[in-house]
Design a protein around this ligand. Structure first.
Ligand SMILES: [Zn+2]
Length: 245
């Protein structure tokens, strides 16, 4: 009986070790703006993961003077010179921040998130964050202060590492376009529901997706309601899971 007990214990320990390696919960941190009396402020953050530029969104931002924080990858920067030119021509509207060098999730254990393979080790997370910053530096942009990893999910130890590198980590409070996969109507509804202090995430790199049309509609209705758009570099953002403090 004692032997059997030991045996079960050994199984339990090894099962526990295995499951800790594969199912340690990932964090999807939130971010809010610190409340300011009497104002309705929202932050629009748009990811440029790879691919191209949704000019419906870019034109709407310029035409309606809506400021945005754009999270760009090294991959996107290489392929979208015309869009970058437009953003740089409007430094009052666009802030470019770090979305990684190769759009690899900042998770330091091997796993897949939404079908994307994670960085898988601390060194690979470091390379993703630093190569994203280096790509931005090569375009002559100011050094990034914020990082958002691909899929916006992180292991707790990766968060600590990225903070040590000096970046704040950009969560969000409204998932505007469901990874650019939602329809126009639902995307518009989600974005239009933003309230004071919300940080919206959506995508600016999927010109063929219906969601982009919804992003524009949602933003215009927020503007019509009188909300003010701020960028992350001009507002205090407060995140959970140790992402900003
Ligand atoms: Zn992305």
């Amino acid at each position: 009986m004692r032997l059997l007990g030991k045996y079960l214990c050994a199984i339990a320990i090894s099962a526990c070790t295995v499951s800790a390696g594969h199912t340690a919960p990932l964090l999807e941190p939130t971010l809010h703006l610190t409340p300011q009396a009497g104002s309705g402020r929202v932050a629009l953050t748009l990811d440029a993961c790879g691919g191209q530029t949704d000019t419906r969104i870019l034109s709407a931002l310029v035409d309606n003077r809506i400021p945005a924080t754009i999270f760009v990858t090294g991959i996107w920067l290489k392929r979208n010179e015309a869009a970058i030119e437009i953003m740089r021509a409007h430094p009052d509207l666009f802030e470019l921040e770090n979305h990684g060098g190769r759009h690899i999730p900042a998770v330091d254990t091997p796993r897949k998130i939404y079908g994307i393979r994670s960085a898988g080790s601390p060194d690979a997370v470091l390379a993703e964050v630093e190569s994203g910053a280096a790509a931005l530096a090569r375009t002559g942009e100011p050094a990034p202060k914020w990082f958002r990893g691909a899929t916006a999910e992180y292991s707790p130890s990766a968060i600590a590492m990225i903070r040590k590198l000096g970046f704040k980590i950009a969560g969000f409070s409204i998932n505007g376009d469901g990874g650019s996969l939602l329809g126009a109507k639902e995307t518009a509804r989600r974005i239009a529901a933003a309230k004071d202090g919300d940080v919206i995430i959506a995508h600016i790199n999927q010109p063929t997706h219906a969601a982009g049309e919804g992003v524009v509609q949602g933003l215009l209705s927020l503007k019509q309601k009188g909300l003010t758009f701020v960028r992350l570099d001009e507002a205090d953002g407060v995140g959970n899971d140790g992402t900003t403090d």
